[in-house]
Design a protein around this ligand. Structure first.
Ligand SMILES: [Zn+2]
Length: 171
């Protein structure tokens, strides 16, 4: 992905998570720092960190330590993501779900690092190709789940306000 494509992607994703007229200083600062990293030629991990932190700053920070079903700590060597619940599940809880994606535990550890490390340190993070692919897929799953929820709500509110009496100029 070239820098311009990456820059438009982060701008568009921000737009999806932040509605018009909703001030969010944290997200603005994240966007600026990410654009600086992209300008400096760092793309992949900068984008993944951007995605992870944007979700968090928008109020949807994923639970990465405990099962979203039963709350037990996630200790298994495989990580299971439920598309229906939008979270990670232990093996027992995952067996009751039908849309499950399985990831390596290392991918989860990289994701935690993206939340912990300073953005400017991320170029020091060495991530094997398979984990990079999984990380991208896992973040995408979180984004789709939360964006779908968010945009549905927005649509709902838009419809609600449009249909409410007493609005507009023809009163
Ligand atoms: Zn569980």
């Amino acid at each position: 992905m070239n820098r311009l494509t990456a820059a438009s992607y982060v701008a568009e994703l921000t737009d999806g998570f932040v509605g018009e007229g909703e001030p969010n200083q944290g997200i603005f600062a994240l966007l600026l720092s990410t654009l600086h990293l992209l300008a400096a030629g760092e793309t992949e991990m900068a984008m993944r960190a951007f995605e992870a932190r944007l979700i968090g700053l928008a109020g949807f920070k994923p639970e990465l330590n405990a099962c979203s079903g039963c709350g037990e700590p996630l200790t298994e060597t495989k990580i299971r993501f439920s598309a229906n619940l939008g979270g990670l599940l232990c093996q027992a809880c995952a067996s009751a779900e039908n849309k499950i994606t399985v990831f390596n535990r290392g991918t989860l550890e990289v994701l935690k690092t993206l939340y912990r490390w300073k953005l400017t340190k991320l170029h020091q993070l060495k991530v094997p190709e398979i984990l990079r692919q999984e990380l991208s897929a896992l973040l995408r799953a979180y984004i789709e789940y939360n964006l779908e929820k968010r945009l549905k709500t927005t649509e709902f509110l838009d419809r609600l306000y449009k249909s409410s009496p007493g609005r507009g100029t023809n009163i």
